[in-house]
Design a binder for this molecule. Sequence first.
Ligand code: HEM
Length: 418
Amino acid sequence: MLNPVFSTKHLRDMTPLFYEIIHKTRDAIMSRVQAGSQNEKGAAVELDMLSWMGRTTLEVLGQAGLGYSFDPLTQDVADDFATAVKELLYVFRLSRSYSVRHVGDLPLTLFSLLLGRLGRAPFDSPQMAKSIVYRLLLPLAVKFGTPSFRRRVLDMIQLPSIQRLKDISDILHARSVLIFNEKKEALARGDDAVKHQIGEGRDIMSILLRENMMASEEDKLQDEELIGQVSTMILAGMDTTANSLARILQLLAERPDAQERLREEITHAIEIEGHGDTLDFDRLLELPYLDAVCRETLRVYPGVASVFRDTTKDTILPLSEPIRGIDGTLMPAIAVPKGTRVVGDIYGMTFIGGGRACIGFKFAQVEIKTVLCVLLQHFKFEPTGKPIAWNFAAVQYPTVGKESTFPELPLKVSLLRP
Ligand code: HEM
């Protein structure tokens, strides 16, 4: 049902909307650079480009995906949904503290300690390993008792990360219901009401709702399933694209020759057939160096480094070279029985393949290219000299140094035409 809205034809139609949002990012960055370089015309200003890319990708997904605006971009207004989405991937770095307020809390406090201990295994492991136990436990936990019973149990678990996770899930659900109901009511009121909404009914969610109305009874998705698509789309498409963009900007800052070559390719194409600082969908996708920069960065640095898969039948996993088993035998391959949970490393397969491949591959590709096309015509990016470390997590993210847990990518940004 979702495939047509991720098609080339639909993305071509959506490209002007992408540019509209990216122009707001461009203007916002421009005003920050101008304000920061008031005393010295053309001076570079340090900006957190990860945050700007996150705000941009959320707004693109909001408007093009859901027909909903989360962030005006022109002002700095905190949105609880946006904050919750960002925190979800990093929530496991919250410190742990336990308290026994009542003797009846004791069993749950002990359970919390055990969960905290499991969640920390191995003790100083990266973010990914810390969250793995929870990711394995959660699908089992939702089958346990009624929702109100599960909530009461959660309320009693004295773990900051679990409590924050519960709040995040409430925030995501409440906004998803609100967005869904607005769309549903507009569709029920007819075409005129839809035209007055953000995205004018061309967004993915509106199309999905319309398709669902026409679907046969057996194919129809329930309201709960449609509501679930809101956070699925934002979670799957926001940080993955933003962090990939941040990685590209960091590499371009470190390789001024590549940055200049890419800028020349874009400005040359704009001179011949641009409209303002934008290029048509087809022309943009044809630019060979832009394509090479994007593909190669995504290939070498996949944002999602590992995925979970369950084997549906017994299989043999061939190895490039034999490994020694714990009993000392050399094995050229590993036998994997049906039903095994495999945590797969996907280096070189950024969007994965097969039936569960990333549906947003083309969407991300167009978004990344439109952002680079606009930003590189106005700004120059340079490293700040601060050490940037990339952290292994559900979606890899940069921090200043290895010790920091705060996701950020500071870069020196200056105007090309001050
Ligand atoms: C550079 C950006 C992106 C990367 C690296 C990426 C990567 C991935 C990967 C590896 C998966 C498989 C995950 C798994 O099975 O555990 C996936 C799934 C998915 N992606 Fe993306 N993605 C990106 C952008 C997007 C965008 C922009 C959207 C939506 C507009 C999106 C929507 C989805 C959805 C809905 C799934 C789930 C598909 C399913 O389970 O059937 N992704 N993505």
